[in-house]
Design a protein around this ligand. Structure first.
Ligand code: FES
Ligand SMILES: [Fe+2]
Length: 405
């Protein structure tokens, strides 16, 4: 039995003591100090998926991206560009924008009515002495990248460059036409667990057969590699004919190019009889982008370790892991369909969201039980199995973020 009172929370000591191939030590899931470090080094530093371009189609459309104590205005400017602006007034610091989304000509602070243009520049500051340089009093810009319709934001002073990621992932994502999709549904699942337990769970399918058999019926990811390979080989012929990319990138953790965010792309076959991630295997919505047929596959995509996506032929899902406190997180899922698809005619929302809704509800349950056990004085990190390789990859990438300069 371990004496919890004497467990160190010194990050350097913990990282050095972490055994490769084992689950993380208890302080990583229960310590206030480590959670504070996670927020700073991971959530504020890395790129975060803030939303989708279809949420702000017109100039002046905006939404707030909020995480812990930070709030960012994501707005479509007059020229069509997307701006991300710190939601902190340059007068005495009030939040400038209060409504979570809407359309506006400019942002007017509710405190003393300083007004800011859509690009953040100061439009008006009542009674401010002329001696002050107004060009220096705009809302502070936040790093933003629009990539295939997804809007990513980083609160870092020195965010990682998208150049390498763009060069590798542009060709494989282009056929899916994700910039021409729309949000069919989004759902938030509160989970009483540290955010890392959510990510670790997402990254392995060792639990799939027992926890959510609905998913295991259609997805092969709970099987050993040698059983998946022949299915993937058959799929690749179908993928080629349908114009679906099957290139493979795994640039996460130790494989991450210097100065780049983590990223990955992998397409794998579903079980025979499943065209997409549906309950009965049948199609769910119009084909995405330039795809010409169902290859009966699914693409796992990562843009940063916190932004997984899953792309089927007729819809895509975006996952967001949102920290609330050290023992509470939100799992948000966003379902994307072709922008021309009409609900009720081209897709049925209940059918569309069925698989990942039942799966996420089941995952929530096991993740919460995982946290309860991890809180115990009897918890001791155990060895991971081969099928948990991506969880191991996440752990390594995470530990790297804690020890970077
Ligand atoms: S704090 Fe915004 S105008 Fe005063
Ligand atoms: Fe799961």
């Amino acid at each position: 039995m371990k004496d919890l009172d004497h467990q160190t929370t010194d990050i350097g000591t913990l990282v050095a003591a972490q055994e490769k191939g084992y689950a993380l030590a208890q302080p990583f899931y229960v310590s206030d100090a480590i959670f504070a470090q996670d927020v700073e080094n991971v959530f504020y530093h890395d790129w975060q998926l803030a939303g989708h371009i279809s949420e702000i189609p017109e100039a002046g459309d905006y939404f707030l991206f909020e995480m812990m104590k930070e709030s960012v205005i994501v707005v479509r400017g007059k020229g069509g560009d997307v701006h991300a602006l710190a939601n902190v007034c340059r007068h005495r610091g009030s939040r400038v924008c209060i409504e979570p989304r809407g359309n506006t000509k400019r942002f007017t602070c509710p405190y003393h009515a300083w007004a800011f243009n859509l690009d953040g520049s100061l439009f008006n500051a009542r009674m401010l002495d002329e001696e002050h340089d107004r060009s220096k009093l705009g809302l502070k810009p936040v790093a933003v990248e629009v990539f295939h319709g997804m809007i990513y934001v980083s609160l870092s002073d020195a965010p990682a460059s998208f150049d390498r990621l763009r060069a590798d992932l542009n060709p494989v994502l282009a056929p899916f036409g994700l910039e021409r999709t729309k949000i069919a549904h989004r759902e938030s699942y509160p989970v009483r667990a540290n955010w890392k337990l959510l990510v670790e769970n997402y990254n392995e399918c060792y639990h799939c057969t027992a926890a959510h058999p609905e998913f295991a019926r259609s997805h092969v990811t709970h099987m050993a590699a040698e059983r998946i390979e022949p299915l993937n080989a058959e799929m690749q012929a179908r993928s080629k004919a349908a114009g679906v990319p099957t290139d493979y990138f795994d640039c996460i953790g130790s494989a991450r190019p210097k100065g780049s965010p983590d990223y990955a792309y992998n397409r794998y076959s579903l079980f025979e009889g499943y065209m997409t991630g549906s309950e009965d295997g049948a199609a769910l919505a119009p084909l995405l982008g330039h795809i010409t047929a169902y290859d009966s596959g699914a693409s796992d995509v990562y843009i940063g370790i916190l932004n997984p996506m899953l792309i089927y032929c007729d819809h895509a899902l975006i996952y967001r892991f949102i920290p609330v406190d050290k023992g509470t997180s939100i799992q948000e899922i966003i379902w994307l369909v072709h922008e021309d698809a009409e609900e009720g005619e081209d897709y049925d929302l209940e059918r569309l969201k069925w698989l990942w809704d039942v799966t996420t509800v089941a995952d929530k349950r096991i993740i919460e039980k995982n946290q309860e056990g991890v809180n115990s004085r009897f918890y001791e990190p155990g060895p991971l199995v081969a099928m948990e390789a991506y969880t191991q990859r996440f752990i390594e990438a995470y530990l790297t973020t804690l020890t970077k300069d």
